[in-house]
Design a protein around this ligand. Structure first.
Ligand code: GDP
Length: 320
């Protein structure tokens, strides 16, 4: 499977570009300055912003480097890197933790986010993981507004050999959800994945529609939706984060799936998600194939973001 052979190198390549950029810029600055002078600190803040860690985190990390290394004239690039990795690890150690979910007979999982973020693809990828773990799955095609979304999910359902509840394009998403909840209960399904709209074509307000879907799920199944996964495209950077915040405020979210990390050199967005959305990153998408979804490991990430990739670690990752 491509996830087994390639995901680690794909993620690492994405992050490695950040790493190389950081080192190049900082290397130049360190050579010119004496220790971590203001030129170095400015360059540091700049590259952190470019890597999408977010303004507050960039400021806080730079300040920590200033505090810890500022006066040392011997401070060099490796010292700077060491301090930065430690500080990033500290940010990650304080990251929001995924909720421990009770074992329920039927778990209802909503996928929310803007159009194009990867909701439909991620719905299929998550379903595939559950099937592989031996759990029964039902898909609900509740993105009734994006042209082709229903057919796209249906193609995945056929490939994965899982049932799907769908209505016609433009149908009421809540009606699809209602039918899917009834079907899941009747079938004794373990996991119901609900692909939702990123935009509505009517005058209806999307956030109100999603809130209504939450209420319907809660009414029909105790504790539902058990998870609301915010799907976020890593390549959209801070703009994407601002849009995503609207979903968090309106419908709540329990975690983030960060997609297209394979196409992004801006892995720093994970830190911005922690700080600015207060949500754990649960999975990262590293490609368009069904197995291009990886559970996110914060500790691994901290190392990959800034340290050189030792050969054995790459091999170990590839062997998972
Ligand atoms: P939706 O509008 O949110 O349902 O988004 P889609 O699931 O249709 O995804 C939009 C596009 O992004 C599609 O072409 C997907 O194949 C692609 N995509 C989704 N996830 C990833 C990922 O992790 N990596 C890459 N490279 N492409 C992805």
């Amino acid at each position: 499977m491509s996830a087994k052979s390639g995901f680690f190198s794909k993620v690492r390549r994405g992050l490695f570009m950040t790493h190389t950029e950081i080192l190049e810029k900082l290397g130049d600055a360190v050579k010119k300055g004496l220790g971590f002078d203001e030129t170095v600190l400015e360059s540091l803040e700049e590259v952190l912003l470019e890597a999408d860690v977010g303004a507050e985190t960039a400021g806080a990390l730079t300040e920590a480097v200033r505090r810890r290394g500022g006066s040392s004239s011997k401070a060099d690039l490796s010292e700077l890197k060491r301090i930065l990795v430690e500080e990033i690890e500290a940010v990650i150690a304080r990251a929001p933790k995924p909720a421990v979910l009770p074992d329920v007979p039927l778990e209802v999982i909503f996928l929310v986010g803007v159009n194009g973020s990867g909701k439909t693809t991620t719905t299929a990828k998550l379903a595939a993981r559950e099937i592989a773990a031996g759990r029964s799955v039902l898909l609900a095609a509740a993105d009734t507004f994006r042209a082709g979304a229903i057919e796209q999910l249906e193609i995945w359902a056929v490939r994965l050999e899982v049932p799907i509840v769908r209505h016609q394009e433009g149908a009421d998403p809540s009606a699809v959800l209602f039918d899917a909840l009834a079907a899941a209960k009747a079938r004794g399904t373990r996991k119901l994945f609900v692909d939702t709209a990123g935009r509505l074509h009517t005058k209806k307000n999307l956030m109100e529609e999603l809130a209504k879907m939450r209420r319907i799920a809660a009414r029909e199944v105790t504790g539902a939706p058990h998870q609301v996964l915010l799907v976020l495209d890593a390549t959209t950077g801070m703009n994407g984060l601002a849009q995503a915040r609207r979903f968090v405020e309106a419908v709540g979210a329990t975690g983030v799936v960060l997609t297209k990390l394979d196409g992004s050199a801006r892995g720093g967005i994970v830190l911005a998600i922690y700080r600015e959305l207060g949500l754990p990153v649960l999975f990262v998408g590293v490609g368009e194939a069904i197995d291009d979804l990886v559970p996110f490991d914060p500790a691994e990430y901290a190392r990959a973001l800034l340290e050189d990739a030792p050969e054995d670690e790459v091999r170990r990752g590839a062997a998972i």
